[in-house]
Design a protein around this ligand. Structure first.
Ligand code: HAM
Length: 429
């Protein structure tokens, strides 16, 4: 018989108890911050119709889809949450109180090439606002992402948010390079998103590829890449079309961020365009200032996604914040907490004669909200004590023949070694 591979599939994780404690710690921070900002939690199926993800702009994420045919249906594991969210908003479009503020913590699947912090499954905290066209929504979301980083213990200087506006880039490019084929803008963003990964020369080649979707003249492609080097709003102002509303939005966003006291953690960066085709306005990505990892979180405005799925247009903006990248960063900064198992007590009957009393005592303690392990097998008292200690229990309740005859349990505090008797619960019979 062929040997079964008992490893988890490459790029996926098992969560042992200590891993799950850390994951729960992170999720608790996300939930708590989301609730503090007035967001409600939602979820959706992990399997969706594959066509929900099949966009045509050449995005990496489409090629990384885990998909399969089943009973003539083409299905896919979700690679991100935003399309499901759009589907959910569409289902209730007539009955929602706008703007809606929804968050979720989905597990997402992408068949990625693995690098540090880049996995084939990850959990992603999503925060999205639907129905608000103004950048006050972007400001609120960026403030929430920083609030979560603060709650994790990261210092203000550990992460920078890079902000740009696709709308500004589009205005500029339309005027100068894309006048005769505006539909090339989405694939162009997908290509320039790869700048860090593949370098300027390869980006220029793809922008100027005569067989590609963008087909810029080579000098224009070089000019586009040069535009991406703009690193301040002041500089961006010089190349923006006059009266640009996208530039006004960006400037307003920076002013609003001052109100949350996070403006010094946010920088303008014209090279941030994001690799997903649906973004239409402000886009942002947070990176560790050490520059070692992929984006900790990323998002932006996607005002046309609902329309592209057949719904009525609704402005929308949001971000995704992955567990894997921030986990690496927290580990590097020694900020991952020590999270011991929470076990209040072990109840140990010496034999079957004491088991009924032990069960009643364990039940009583559990009703008081205590975490209690009841020893299930036959073990020697010495072994039971050592086990309880190893499990990290606070105390052990010992019930032997002597205790039973006196109607008590012997309680031993495992840290101090202090001992006392406590009465057993009254028998029901
Ligand atoms: P994204 O940039 O593809 O955006 O992912 C958001 C975050 O999820 C990334 O910044 C990263 O932290 C994490 N992430 C993504 N892929 C991986 C991976 N393979 N391994 C580990 N972590 C990963 C989106 O998915 C958008 N749907 C976010 C969004 C919500 N935009 C608007 N609303």
């Amino acid at each position: 018989m062929a040997k079964i591979n008992t490893q988890p599939p490459r790029g996926t994780r098992d969560f042992f108890p200590e891993d799950l404690r850390l994951r729960a710690w992170l999720f608790d921070i996300w939930r708590e911050v989301a609730q503090r900002f007035g967001f409600e939690e939602v979820d959706a199926p992990i399997v969706e119709h594959a066509e929900l993800y099949m966009r045509k702009a050449g995005e990496e994420i489409v090629n990384q889809l885990y998909h399969f045919e089943l009973h003539d249906r083409h299905l896919a594991l979700r690679s991100e949450f935003t399309p499901s969210l759009a589907r959910m908003v569409m289902a209730r479009q007539g009955a929602l109180r706008w703007p809606i503020r929804w968050f979720s913590i989905p597990q997402c699947w992408r068949y990625e090439r693995m690098t540090r912090g880049r996995r084939r499954e990850h959990y992603q905290w999503n925060m999205d606002v639907w129905g608000e066209p103004g950048v006050a929504a972007e400001a609120e979301l960026i403030a929430a992402a920083f609030a979560a980083m603060d709650a994790m213990g990261l210092a203000a200087g550990d992460v920078r948010m890079r902000v740009n506006s696709r709308a500004l880039l589009e205005e500029t490019l339309r005027e100068r390079f894309l006048g005769d084929h505006p539909e090339a803008f989405e694939p162009l963003c997908v290509v320039i998103d790869k700048l860090d990964k593949i370098g300027a020369d390869a980006v220029v080649d793809q922008l100027a590829d005569p067989a590609g979707a963008i087909r810029l003249a080579k000098p224009d492609a070089l000019d586009v890449v040069a535009l991406l080097g703009v690193g301040s709003i002041e500089e961006a102002r010089k190349s923006a079309p006059s009266g640009s509303s996208a530039l006004a939005d960006l400037e307003r966003l920076f002013t609003l961020l001052e109100g949350y006291d996070v403006a010094d953690r946010v920088v303008f960066d014209a090279s941030v365009v994001r690799g997903l085709a649906y973004y239409t306005g402000i886009v942002f990505e947070a990176f560790d200032t050490g520059g070692k990892l992929r984006a900790v979180c990323g998002g932006g405005r996607y005002d046309r996604l609902l329309e592209s799925l057949g719904g009525k247009p609704v402005p929308a903006v949001g971000f995704g914040f992955g567990d894997a990248v921030v986990g690496e960063l927290l580990g590097e900064k020694a900020l991952l907490p020590e999270l011991p198992r929470k076990l209040d007590a072990v109840v140990f009957p010496f034999g079957d004669t004491e088991r009924a009393e032990a069960q009643a005592l364990a039940s009583n303690l559990r009703l008081q909200g205590k975490a209690v392990e009841l020893v299930l097998g036959h073990v020697k008292p010495k072994r039971a004590l050592a086990d309880a200690d190893r499990a990290g229990a606070q105390r052990i309740y010992l019930i032997g023949p002597d205790e039973l005859s006196r109607g008590v349990a012997r309680v031993r505090e495992l840290r101090s070694g202090e001992e006392r008797d406590e009465p057993l619960p009254a028998r029901k019979d």
